[in-house]
Write a protein that binds this ligand. Structure first.
Ligand code: COA
Length: 321
């Protein structure tokens, strides 16, 4: 028994922030941002627009694509680092908004690897027969964590949500998932405050995402490179058998390095970075939905999903659509 992706959906907030807009906010240029990251614009949630607000339309689109209704969903698993509230979790907030009652609903936090972690957890429920129809979401409002006066971070991130429906199938499916983390890299990418450390260390509203960009870059290329090779080896398949690479969208140079390691031309890589920026846990389901809806990714094709993020966390999924 496998868990199979029966439908995908995504949603981006309406407000767009271009590199030209950022030139007016910090000492940067469109040329610098494009050449160093590949990003041209990002979508930003407006005040009052929450992670759950983005997750709702993404989930509805995935449900419509899969032909399922609220009564069919029996598990909700959301990857997010930017919950509306500390609790109730985003899974339950989403459940309520979708008119679903009673099924297990939770969110998990693995930064930009959140969707791969959520997919890996949910597919086990489906594969083991405990869920017949799981809703898996990656949704973020990372713009709320960013210091909009810090040019080294604010140009990189955006907001959005993506979702998939998983159903049991005798045909593969999610073939394998590979999750990793190493807390020794904690200081490379983190948000300095939380409940148990107190929210006022830096003063109300003054704590922001902190990142050692250069070091994250190097570890990202190494760990992603390793996990894609691990995925191929675990399944006894060759690089040439991957139809599409659907990577976390953080930096075009990181994506190109991984594509090179897989000897994949960039034409077989789904890249949404230019228009989405880095949407953290939402980036892979957003890219997956884009590739499926524009007809590039076709039923029966084999996909390699790969992510990395704060923690550091990283992981992959080999998927037959
Ligand atoms: N505009 C203009 N100049 C900028 C800038 C900006 N937005 N941000 C930084 N700079 C400057 C720096 O101050 C530095 O100036 P200096 O040489 O005078 O000190 C110069 O550009 C080079 O900075 P550096 O950090 O070495 O650039 P880089 O080539 O490493 O690119 C990142 C920076 C952040 C784009 C890149 O390191 C990266 O993408 N890292 C990975 C981050 C990531 O993926 N995070 C999310 C993980 S999920």
């Amino acid at each position: 028994m496998y868990a199979r992706i029966a439908g995908t959906g995504s949603y981006l907030p309406k407000k767009i922030l271009t590199n030209a807009d950022l030139e007016k906010m910090v000492d940067t240029t469109d040329e610098w941002i494009k050449s160093r990251s590949g990003i041209e614009q990002r979508h930003i949630a407006v005040p009052g627009e929450t992670t759950t607000d983005l997750a709702v339309p993404a989930a509805r689109a995935a449900m419509a694509a899969a032909g399922v209704g609220p009564a069919d969903i029996d598990l909700i698993c959301v990857g997010t680092t930017t919950p509306d509230l500390i609790f109730p979790n985003v899974g339950t907030l989403l459940q309520q908004r979708l008119g679903i009652h009673g099924c297990a609903a939770f969110s998990l936090e693995a930064a930009c690897s959140g969707f791969i972690y959520a997919l890996s957890v949910a597919e086990k429920f489906v594969r083991l027969g405990e869920s017949k129809c799981a809703l898996v979401v990656g949704a973020e409002t990372l713009s709320r964590m960013v210091d909009w006066t810090d040019r080294s971070t604010c140009v990189l991130f955006g907001d959005g949500a993506g979702a998939v429906i998983l159903k049991p199938s005798v045909e593969p499916g999610i073939i394998s998932t590979h999750l990793h983390a190493d807390g020794k890299y904690k200081d490379l990418l983190y948000f300095p405050e939380g409940i148990s450390t107190g929210f006022n260390l830096a003063g109300q509203g003054k704590a922001f995402l902190r990142m050692k960009g250069n070091e994250v870059y190097k570890v990202a290329v190494t760990t992603l490179g390793r996990v894609v090779l691990e995925t191929l080896a675990a399944n006894g398949i060759d690089k040439s058998q991957i139809d599409w690479l659907v990577p976390h969208q953080a930096n075009i140079r990181i994506i190109e390095a991984i594509a090179k390691r897989l000897e994949m031309p960039m034409e077989r890589v789904i890249v949404t970075l230019a228009t989405h920026g880095n949407t953290s846990a939402a980036s892979i389901p957003l890219a997956l939905d884009a590739g499926i809806r524009d007809g590039r990714i076709k039923p029966g094709q084999q996909l390699l999903l790969a992510a990395f993020g704060g923690g550091l966390t990283w992981g992959s999924a080999l998927v037959r659509l």
